[in-house]
Design a protein around this ligand. Structure first.
Ligand code: PGA
Length: 263
């Protein structure tokens, strides 16, 4: 795992969006796994800028979102389909037919969750998966005690997640208790994972994910089993890490190796 501590979330947005844009130049039909919440908005703003100002082309890109609430129509201001339209899809030239969300409406959700996995596989898997992390260590809506091998399915949200996410709802309303989410196994299938975390609220989860034991109690700790995951942190979310000096020297050495063409 790479652990990169940056001065601000803006700096993280520049670094992560640059990673995506470099990959897009190399592979115009990039398959992106996308996240919602407050964490990725800076990255989406940079991708929109790249399209509007530099004409970066997303017409061959396919996207798969991590999760979506059950019972909210796409038009609901708190649905993740709405979030993605507002922050990204309405402002770039991604084709509507290339946009995918885990199923939340209609019948046979179990079979359609399996089809979601098949759609990812048919496109050769996710090239880059963008992630945030919950203060309880969840990734997607894989709550603590989720199977580390889980695939796309319906999950019940914890009280902690409902409380954390109630800030997006007008007073009196609370988020739905059920959601459809990629599994931890699905996420681990991505070729490259970019996780961002900001603020002290995330410090415990970040420490457990990077330096704790691999445990279903901290779902993000499963990323220790992934060969190509980078954490982009601000100082606050990194404040619980005990090996910060080591991560920093590793990054410096990597830069030097890259300069010499060895990486
Ligand atoms: P946030 O949520 O980006 O709104 O902090 C992240 C998450 O719960 O995965």
């Amino acid at each position: 795992m790479k652990v990169i501590v940056l001065d601000s979330r803006e700096e993280a947005a520049v670094t992560v969006s640059d990673e995506i844009l470099v990959a897009l130049r190399q592979k115009p039909d990039l398959v992106l796994g996308l996240a919602t919440g407050s964490t990725p908005t800076g990255v989406y703003a940079r991708l929109v800028q790249a399209h509007v100002n530099e004409g970066v082309d997303f017409s061959r890109v396919s996207t798969f979102n991590l999760d979506e609430y059950l019972g909210l129509p796409a038009s609901h201001a708190c649905s993740y389909r709405h979030f993605m339209k507002v922050h990204l899809f309405d402002h770039i030239n991604v084709r509507p037919e290339n946009i995918h969300f885990p199923p939340t409406e209609g019948e046979q959700l179990v079979a359609r969750c399996a089809e979601y996995e098949q759609s990812i596989d048919r496109l050769g898997g996710i090239d880059i998966q963008l992630l945030g992390i919950g203060s309880n260590g969840h990734i997607g809506f894989n709550e603590p005690t989720s199977s580390l091998a889980s695939r796309t399915r319906i999950k019940t949200l914890t009280e902690k997640t409902l409380k954390d996410n109630s800030r997006f709802y007008v007073s009196g309303d609370s988020p739905p208790r059920l959601a459809s989410t990629m599994g931890i196994g699905t996420i681990l299938g991505a070729k490259h994972i970019l996780l961002q975390a900001f603020g002290e609220r995330k410090a415990n989860a970040v420490q457990a994910a990077i330096e704790g034991a691999v445990s279903a109690l901290w779902p993000a700790s499963a990323l220790q089993l992934h060969a190509n995951t980078s954490f982009y942190l601000d100082r606050e979310s990194a404040s619980g890490l005990t090996m910060l000096d080591y991560y920093q020297s590793t990054n410096e050495n990597d830069r030097e190796l890259r300069r010499r063409g060895l990486l």
